[in-house]
Design a protein around this ligand. Structure first.
Ligand code: IVH
Length: 711
């Protein structure tokens, strides 16, 4: 899992820099899983794991609202249309639902509605309850009562045009019956497969796979089977699949066909749409709990899987007023059922290495059906968890899915334990690269220390290495690095500086300058190589930061650079400091802002011979420039404390701050009596005012440039 070094930490403990880093990683990771789920129909993680990523993203954004990214997952409901189908823009976005798991949370949901609408605390709300079938939602456009277009949800804004496939569903009227159809209306509902149909269909698929049929697959659950069937390029295949449909919602409409959701469902029935007969009007929110119980009891005997009940506020005018927040409406909620359990045999425990080096154990079990989903893998989280549960290979384990699909091992059936079962021994070497895997004191996660050389982490490390605040190699973003890695040209940071040897090969790649004679593409390789050459000399602090040593963010890299001054000195002192209790270790831990936990990470890095090799290899290609100490040098700003505020015209704030530091100044973010200068750019706010109040000298951009020796 990406950025798990950070993710193991509570959001409250993150610095701004770490938060930004983690948000970037989350955006990438969630986009990846969205693609796997929505486009490929092949999810790699459970819904609960996915939800955990989305929640973590939301929690960090809530704490650092200024860091919310353009491409933040909270701004998109996820997924993007597959390329083969045409794209269709929904008249009104298709959203998803927030979840609750108990009556107290449902009551909170009702209270939020009352608060938002300004209703008295004792006013009871009327809902429509609908079983939540786990299928896929579709948007159907009807014009003058005729079905004209149908699309999947896609990313919520734009879906795939699957009109031809939807026409093969018998449940779905090609023409609306009855009367009073709006001239144009988007009708929404769920396409799904019944349990028995799914099992029969899947058995048939399995036979075909066994017989060697190409492009045939077995599906993990009815939802994936329904999605796969609806997204067939040939509608004749869809026609053979047992797909069903229930209508439950409305998108854009030329006129409103009803005042309440319940009466809208009645109209849908009149118009010939199948509406789930189990849907019920709940006059008083307090009846929801009883309905929830009733549905939970009936669940096993229903022909289709449901994972909860959706409650929608009945009054449509209130729905309008409540609107949406993020991905979900304020007027509806999914109340999910509690976990389901099953037992199966643990075949082995695999260790996976995440992109930041975390070793995560994964249970591989005999496949078993847990509440309608076939499960054969479960995360065991970490080595303590294995020890605590004393899970052993050969054990019969109790598996549980909570709410959606979280396969979790909740315990072991001890009576069934084989006599020769032995406690699991967690490896102390990385299974991907063989480096030492260490577990810092007080932490739960064991990590590979071969960061620079471990194949499981290489791409992530290289992306960090080249990133703007690290080596800042223009043109070497994630995509190009992945390509260079996949082609085998770059395995370690030093390889980047040897790319010139492979220029011809790079130019032969599509999009890298192969076929065009002129234009940007033709120059891509030349530009890239020039950008690399330009970074053969970098400030020591950037160099240290670029190594991606855990906990060595920009601020700590700077402390180290300032303290140790030169690369050779830093390297030598770090090697000495790997010995606990040594004088070098004491010195390191004594640096203001460093301390034992960070020292332990440096120890882990410098104790691994593979890292030293990679580091020395890199140092043969790159020259880290000696760092100035505070107050060094003869610039008028040396030794001074400077604050920048407002927008500068001739350089970015980042550049100005780096320049000031190179000249020996100390840059801080807030103005105090100890501040020597405040450099005031355009639109400066409170900091300029504060400077005036405290009598701190302010400098214009022009004056600053003079002082810095630029003008
Ligand atoms: S309403 C704005 N009603 O659940 C409200 N969704 O988690 C959007 N689903 O994408 C959805 N049964 O695939 C709604 N009776 C129901 C539903 C239902 C199943 C699914 C649907 C949606 C997902 C949201």
């Amino acid at each position: 899992m990406n950025a798990d070094s950070l993710r193991a930490r509570p959001v409250e403990a993150l610095t701004e820099e770490e938060a930004a880093e983690e948000l970037a990683a989350l955006a990438r990771e969630i986009a990846h899983h969205d693609h796997a789920y929505y486009v490929l129909d092949a999810p790699e993680i459970t819904d609960a794991e996915y939800d955990a990523l989305v929640r973590r993203n939301a929690a960090i954004e809530a704490r650092f609202p200024e860091l919310v990214r353009e491409d933040s997952p909270s701004r998109r409901p996820g997924g993007e249309p597959a390329e083969q189908f045409g794209k269709v823009r929904h008249g009104v976005p298709m959203l998803s639902l927030d979840n609750v798991f108990n009556a107290a949370d449902f009551e909170d949901f009702c209270a939020r509605i009352r608060r938002f609408l300004g209703l008295p605390a004792d006013e009871r709300l009327c809902f429509v309850a609908e079983p939540k079938i786990d299928g896929l939602s579709v948007n159907l456009v009807y014009e003058e009562g005729r079905f004209v277009r149908g699309a999947t949800r896609g990313d919520g804004t734009e879906g795939e045009d699957v009109t031809a496939n939807l026409r093969t569903l018998r449940d779905l009227p090609q023409r609306m019956k009855g009367s009073g159809h709006p001239a144009r209306i988007e009708i929404r509902g769920e396409v799904f497969m019944e349990k028995a149909e799914f099992l029969a269909f899947n058995a048939q698929q399995a036979e075909r796979v066994a017989a060697g049929a190409k492009g045939v697959r077995v599906f993990a659950n009815p939802r994936n089977a329904a999605a796969g069937s609806l997204r067939q390029l040939d509608p004749r295949i869809t026609a053979q699949r047992p797909l069903k449909f229930f209508a439950y919602g409305m998108g854009a409409a030329s006129e409103r066909p009803a005042e309440t959701h319940w009466s809208y469902l009645e109209r849908l029935r009149d118009w010939g749409f199948p509406v789930n007969p189990l849907s019920r009007r709940i006059e008083d929110e307090r009846e929801a709990e009883a309905f929830q119980r009733e549905m939970a009891d009936r669940r096993a005997s229903l022909p289709y899987d449901i994972d909860g009940v959706v409650y929608k506020l009945d009054r449509l005018d209130w729905q309008d007023r409540l609107g949406f927040v993020g991905r979900a409406p304020r007027w509806a909620i999914a109340w999910k059922f509690p976990a389901e359990q099953a037992t199966t045999k643990l075949l082995r425990i695999e260790i996976q290495v995440g992109r930041t080096g975390a070793l995560t154990p994964r249970a591989v079990m005999e496949p078993v059906n847990v509440g309608g989903v076939i499960v054969q893998h479960a995360s065991l989280h970490n080595e303590d968890e294995i020890a605590r549960k004393d899970v052993r290979v050969g054990d019969t384990v109790i598996l549980q899915r909570a709410g959606d699909v979280i396969p979790q091992i909740v315990g072991v059936v001890l009576e069934k334990r084989p006599k020769d079962a032995k406690p699991f021994v967690f490896p102390d070497r990385c299974p991907a690269c063989g480096s030492h895997a260490v577990r810092p004191e007080g932490e739960v996660v064991r990590r590979c220390t071969g960061g620079l050389t471990c194949p499981a982490q290489a791409v992530e490390r290289l992306i960090h290495f080249c990133s703007r605040n690290a080596m800042d190699i223009e043109g070497l973003g994630a995509e190009n690095i992945q390509k260079l890695y996949d082609e085998g040209l770059v395995r370690s940071p030093a390889d980047i500086f040897r790319l010139a040897r492979h220029a011809d090969r790079m130019r032969s790649w599509e999009g890298w300058g192969a076929k065009t004679k002129k234009g940007a593409e033709a120059k891509k390789v030349a530009n890239l190589l020039a950008a690399i050459e330009a970074r053969r000399r970098v400030p020591l602090e950037r160099f240290i930061f670029a190594l991606g040593i855990r906990r060595i963010g920009e601020a700590n890299a700077k402390l180290l650079a300032r303290h140790y001054h030169s690369f050779a000195n830093w390297r030598a002192r770090m090697i000495e400091a790997t010995k606990k209790g040594s004088e070098a270790r004491e010195e390191l831990e004594g640096i203001q802002g460093i301390g034992p936990a960070i020292a332990a990470e440096l120890e882990a890095f410098f104790s691994e011979p593979r890292n030293l090799e990679a580091l020395d290899d890199l140092a043969r290609e790159v020259t880290p420039e000696d760092a100035p100490a505070y107050g060094d040098g003869d610039s008028p700003v040396a030794g001074k404390t400077i604050v920048f505020t407002g927008t500068l015209e001739t350089m970015t704030r980042d550049e100005a701050e780096h320049l000031a530091e190179r000249l020996g100044a100390k840059v801080t973010k807030s103005v105090s009596k100890r501040t020597d200068f405040v450099v005031v750019g355009a639109d400066a706010g409170s900091k300029a005012k504060k400077a005036a109040e405290l009598g701190v000298r302010t400098l214009s951009e022009e004056e600053w440039r003079k002082m810095a020796g630029l003008a």
